[in-house]
Design a protein around this ligand. Structure first.
Ligand code: DSN
Length: 440
């Protein structure tokens, strides 16, 4: 059956290799060529505010689509199960060396396929079924793998969740309640104390967490998936030397390929982690992704990445200030990092995060619905939306553009979905996007 396809790369400025790929697919597989071209166009013509997403460089992207995908390389550099791994050893060792330099630590495992796998491997290395971990609950900004009942971490471990400050009359409303963390840790003696979140906009006090971990003999695991790029570039304090183990993804603020990473300074932990990754929880490593991680880490080691990370934070602040000046409410009244959580309950009691995200999507502004502290709505509806600055900062947005983005969001939400307003904003979104192409 022949399917009619249209291939239109529209406003996307493609690099030479990407153009070649579309051309190759256009001849061999026009349906997939059409999907790729449309996605490039979608990314180029919308404002991406999902806090966990980014636009990789052509070098990172094409390292992923290289010969390095063709090989099995179970094991570690110099200790592989299959022959022919010489170049895979070089690529993985380079990724390890660059990761340890970037995060100023001694040991790195670059094989985990994702942040979730990184956390799972750490649990497998350190815990037995039924052991206690302490973390923030998913609906307050934690993560599925931090003990959610629908995740293996919640089914096979015993999660105790520590709270945020829920008292709105306090200046530190929405911040982690460190005194409660200490009290709960003393009461429950977790084996792992987790810090690091999917929707927390304030600086994490790693030193205080380590003090608490030491009081109860817990291993401190910092899951810096969201803020890894900021930590690497000095735009957020480093989790080292306080954390025993650091897990992260490589594709958020770090702007690498989709994958995971585990770091430590402790040789015994490093050995246990390596075993827990392979053969404990994974098989053959994704060597094309590991190669792209090496490329991304080299990019993050460059001085310009520090400028990029500082701009991510400045941009988030500019967006947060604009929204608050327009009368919107942000959890913890602002941000120190790349993201913010808009609490819609105080703006319009009827408006769900789901509806707000749909209206914004219609205007070309991509956000995700998100629960906010003490949210009574389900994760499918939510009372908030999460906004982040990493992807637009990659495109070159600065404070001025972020103020425009804040004004767009305000107009869309105040219009309550009015089609004329949404369509007018959408036209302005396309105009601004045309001025800031994707990396090419
Ligand atoms: N899904 C990721 C996020 O958006 O934060 C967390 O895994």
């Amino acid at each position: 059956m022949t399917t009619q396809t249209s291939i239109n790369t529209g406003s996307a400025n493609l690099d030479v290799l990407s153009e070649g790929l579309i051309e190759l697919l256009r001849r061999n597989d026009p349906e997939v060529a059409s999907i790729l071209a449309d996605e490039a166009d979608r990314q180029a013509s919308t404002i991406e505010l999902i806090a966990s997403e980014n636009h990789v460089s052509p070098a990172v992207m094409h390292a992923m689509g290289s010969w390095m995908t063709n090989k099995y390389a179970e094991g570690y550099p110099g200790k592989r199960y299959y022959s022919g791994c010489i170049n895979y050893d070089r690529a993985e060792q380079l990724a390890i060396d660059r990761a340890t330099e970037l995060f100023d630590c001694k040991y790195a495992n670059v094989q985990t396929h994702s942040g979730a796998n990184a956390n799972l491997a750490v649990y497998f290395a350190l815990l037995d079924p039924g052991d206690t971990i302490m973390s923030v609950v998913l609906s307050d900004g934690g993560h599925l793998t931090h003990g959610s009942p629908v995740s293996i971490s919640g089914k096979w471990l015993k999660p105790i969740h520590y709270p945020l400050i829920y008292d709105e009359s306090r200046d530190d409303y929405g911040y982690i309640d460190y005194d409660a963390v200490e009290k709960l840790a003393i009461e429950h003696e977790p084996k792992i104390l987790l810090c690091g979140y999917s929707a927390y906009s304030r600086v994490i006090n790693f030193a205080r967490f380590r003090e608490i971990a030491d009081m109860v003999g817990a291993t401190l695991v910092a899951d810096i998936a969201h803020i890894a790029g900021l930590c690497a570039a000095g735009a957020h304090p480093s989790p080292f030397p306080y954390s025993h183990i650091v897990t992260t993804t490589t594709h958020k603020t770090l702007r690498g390929p989709r994958g995971g990473l585990i770091l430590t300074n402790d040789e015994e932990l490093a050995k246990a982690i390596n075993k827990a990754v392979f053969p404990g929880t994974q098989g053959g490593p994704l060597m094309h992704i590991i190669t792209a991680k090496a490329v991304a880490f080299a990019e993050a080691l460059k001085p310009e990445f520090k400028t990029y990370a500082a701009q991510i934070v400045a941009n988030a602040k500019a967006l947060a200030d604009t929204l608050m000046n327009c009368g919107h409410h942000l959890l913890s009244n602002g941000t120190d990092n790349h993201l913010m959580l808009m609490d819609l309950r105080k703006f319009d009691t009827e408006l769900t995060g789901k509806q707000a995200a749909i209206w914004l999507d219609d205007a070309g502004i991509i956000v995700n619905k998100n629960t906010v502290a003490n949210d009574e709505r389900s994760p499918f509806q939510t009372s908030g939306i999460r906004l982040g600055s990493p992807a637009v900062t990659t495109r070159g947005f600065k404070e001025n553009e972020m103020r425009q983005v804040g004004a767009f969001i305000d107009r869309v939400l105040r219009s309550k979905g009015d089609e004329a307003v949404i369509s007018a904003v959408h036209a302005e979104v396309r105009e601004i996007c045309a001025q800031f192409p994707l990396p090419h």
